[in-house]
Design a protein around this ligand. Sequence first.
Ligand code: PTJ
Length: 255
Amino acid sequence: MSFIPNDHPRAESLRLREQILEGVASGIVAASGPIAHGRGEAFDYLLGERTLECVAQDIQVAAAMLLEAAKPVISVNGNVAALAPKEVVDLSKAIPAPIEINIFYGSKLDDRRKRIAEVLERHGAENVLGLEPDAIVPALSSNRAHVDSRGIATSDLVLVMLEDGDRCQALRRWNKQVLSIDLNPFSRSATSSTLNICDNLIRALPLLSEQILELKTSKHAVLNLIKSFDVNDSHTKLMQAIMLRLSTFARNNQS
Ligand code: PTJ
């Protein structure tokens, strides 16, 4: 890893970049992975690199949905495995829910699947799915269509992170609920999922695990959270929070 001084104002962000670049070097992250990461960085900067209050509420609802689902699955690609392998495994154990590898770049037998599984296993994952996908998401032409019959194909809820949105739409058409974690509130994933968490997955995953552990003891709270969730309301609150941030910034920086 390159030397990053701890007192550098963007040390944390630079470290995450290094993780992505190391992931490219070790064959976990696709060549386009750093570009997807940069897209996320730009949106994170806009949000103030923190979890917005309204997003924290969405995370609570997402935790309730994960607990209430009959067969939830966590979908993981190269970037996610490079950025947050431990956080993904912790979440999978907290729910509990299996992890399935699903990648855009590379065929259904691509070796990158094995390398991603090894990273997750080093962090305690067991029975990672998606190494030999044997089912197909209907009406989806990309490699993301290759799914596991023991996982996504037979699930009722899929958590997707940091990915292009056409699979999200295809999963919804396939009658799955989809939770997405996507920093771009305008993306296809964010606008077509059942609920989008507009946050950096680095922050959102530990918060999700925390909420899961808290909500596990109260079925009543879980059902209430799900019942009171309104996706349009969630989008509106997010847009209002972003507009407030931009207008405050504009006022404070007028010459
Ligand atoms: O599946 P793979 O491993 O073959 O890799 C596929 C990538 C990640 C390259 C592919 O999915 C891709 O190009 O993604 P996109 O279309 O750039 O979409 C990524 C989305 O994730 C964008 O909307 C970003 O804003 C968002 N994003 C990036 N980094 C983060 C993020 N969202 C949450 N947390 C992040 N750290």
